[in-house]
Design a protein around this ligand. Structure first.
Ligand SMILES: NC(=O)c1ccc[n+]([C@@H]2O[C@H](COP(=O)([O-])OP(=O)(O)OC[C@H]3O[C@@H](n4cnc5c(N)ncnc54)[C@H](OP(=O)(O)O)[C@@H]3O)[C@@H](O)[C@H]2O)c1
Length: 292
């Protein structure tokens, strides 16, 4: 662990702090002088984050797929002077796979990182959040894909659907405490989250028997192509971080903060069109958007 605590304010715990939206959130909170516990996978990125010398930021390891690591990070947070005021469940990974070759262990790991790990970390920090004199806050980073689904990428969508359901339930459960639970529902963001999943998806395609390769190959390529295109045109992660900071700061926070035009319009389109028309439109757009 590195960094120096500087304030008697409660701490904000941020997961997935080494890259993308999480890193920008930590930078932003640090610039505002808020004490932050930045949690990241124990790897080079964690070392780099520790060496960045961000004021009022402490850095510690967290692997959300490892129960012992979640427990240790929670213990550390609970022992911080001034207590924990807020938790930003931001860490996430993606997965793209034909269902036929989906690896059960990979699906479990995806849920461990994107859902079960976040639920467990939150559970452990709840006593501190409920007792926070500033009014505790949980900000869960979701996605427009938490309200819809896509072929091959449905496992990721399923984790975000779970985050949405959990957030709504937790908010109602805690309504008589000072703890507010918010969802930040982002559209496409220009980060590297999908890149490893795209590489892996092509490898998993090799496991499909040749007689069914045709069934998946073209549409999987389109999903990958479209997802890359959307990421390249996506919001800068700092924009989402700005909304997370707002959700942490607002006196009367919203239940859901949508970020990005796609999050707003896709959400609306999904509701207006209903299940069948939305699925047909999704498939039509995938088929129409050919890789050049
Ligand atoms: N990018 C988008 O288009 C988009 C859109 C909507 C919502 N979101 C959500 O935004 C959040 C942040 O994503 P991002 O786009 O900023 O992705 P990112 O740049 O890939 O950052 C993800 C963060 O999660 C960390 N992480 C991965 N596995 C972990 C594990 N086992 N335990 C703890 N931390 C782990 C990563 O660490 P390493 O870097 O060390 O792997 C990284 O710090 C995610 O919840 C994602 O679902 C993203």
């Amino acid at each position: 662990m590195s960094g120096t605590p500087t304030s008697a304010q409660g701490w904000t715990v941020v997961t997935g702090a080494s890259a993308g939206i999480g890193l920008e959130t930590v930078r932003s909170l640090s610039a505002a002088g808020r004490p932050v516990l930045a949690l990241a996978l124990p790897d080079d990125a964690l070392t780099a984050l520790g060496a960045a010398g961000l004021g009022s930021v402490r850095v510690a390891p967290l692997d959300l797929a490892d129960a012992a690591s979640v427990g240790a990070a929670a213990e550390l947070a609970l022992g911080l002077p001034g207590g924990v005021r807020a938790l930003v469940n931001n860490a996430g990974v993606a997965l793209v796979s034909p269902s036929e070759t989906l690896e059960p262990a990979a699906l479990r790991r995806l849920f461990d990182v994107n859902f079960f790990g976040a639920v467990e970390l939150t559970r452990r920090l709840l006593p501190a959040l409920i007792g926070s004199p500033e009014g505790g806050r949980v900000v869960n980073v979701s996605s427009m894909l938490g309200r819809m689904s896509l072929p091959f990428a449905w496992p990721y969508c399923a984790t975000k659907h779970a985050v949405e359901a959990w957030s709504a339930g937790l908010r109602m459960e805690l309504h008589r405490t000072g703890v507010k639970v918010c969802v930040v529902r982002a559209g496409a963001v220009n980060t590297a989250i999908w890149a490893p999943a795209h590489v892996k998806a092509r490898a998993l395609l090799q496991g499909v028997p040749p007689e069914r390769l045709d069934l998946y190959h073209k549409i999987l390529e389109r999903v990958v192509h479209r997802s890359r295109k959307m990421a390249a045109r996506g919001l800068p992660p700092a924009r989402v971080a700005g909304v997370i900071v707002r959700a942490l700061r607002d006196d009367r926070p919203r239940r859901v903060y949508r970020v990005g035009g796609d999050a707003v319009w896709y959400g609306l389109g999904r509701r207006v069109l209903g299940d069948g028309a939305w699925e047909r439109l999704t498939l039509w757009r995938l088929h129409a958007d050919r890789p050049k």
